[in-house]
Write a protein that binds this ligand. Sequence first.
Ligand code: PBG
Length: 326
Amino acid sequence: MYFPAYRPRRLRKSADIRELVSETRLSVKDFIYPMFVMPGKNKKVQVKSMPGIFKQSIDNIIKEMREVRKLGVKSVLLFGIPEKKDKMGTQGYHAEGIVQKALREIKKKVPDMIVVTDVCMCEYTNHGHCGIIKNGDVDNDETVEYLAKMALSHAEAGADIVAPSDMMDGRVGVIRDVLDESGFENLPIMAYSAKYASAFYGPFREAAESPPKFGDRRSYQMDPPNVREAMREIALDIEEGADIVMIKPALPYLDVIRAARDKFDHPLAAYNVSGEYSMVKAAGKLGWIEEERVMMESLMSIKRAGADIIITYFAKEAAKLLNSGK
Ligand code: PBG
């Protein structure tokens, strides 16, 4: 049927009609909100390049979590900034590490929050790489053992989901085995399966104080031109026991999200990373874009590309808008 019998504009006439025929719906239930916990009491430090995002002590993070939960966002992704960093990232898997302590408190005070923990060594190593260094590069197999220790310590402290973001080969399988051996066979793994070596992580590294002191992450994170390789990474993680798979970053990799959605049935997450957030905030502040609309359009595009779950620093702001019915 063609014009004039068919007129696509008929279904664009009013906001209510557009809503009726909308193919993609964004919901507060889609969101996971990333948060940064640091040692101390009553600490709240603004991340300079991420307006509205803070590193905070456990007491303050719990306050914000209550607020997040009230907005209808039921999951957070927790990152830790340790008191001290060392070569082996020991604070990452210590029972008294910052994330482990925070988890125990959060589980007492905000028990209905789903807490996903980032499992990676870069926040805890003094060289800033995501694992143990040998001969100038991250040693895969040794690092995997440490990651499994870290995942187990998070599980013991009360994590609801563990999310390895290191990009070592074989880590999902080893983490699964270690969790299973310790009675955590029901704890899901959300694997950062296709995580690219991206410049969009810049603001996060300021927040986590984790830029690598030498070299870069290209020997373990994925090369941006590759999409078929992303499918192999996802297939491997699923084979090894991942329950949720993730693509990261989101906006520059919407094609990867779509390809993954078409090929795999597992729940699919996309991480709308720090740089994607900062760009919108910066242009909004300058008055160069309409910040709210750009935010919602970006989140919608991630959903439309096929993501079930969106990890985003915009979660609170977007939730407020969605709750207001706009
Ligand atoms: C690694 C990790 C990073 C992010 C999440 N987990 C940084 C990196 O790989 O350098 C980036 C998140 C963001 O940019 O918002 N632990």
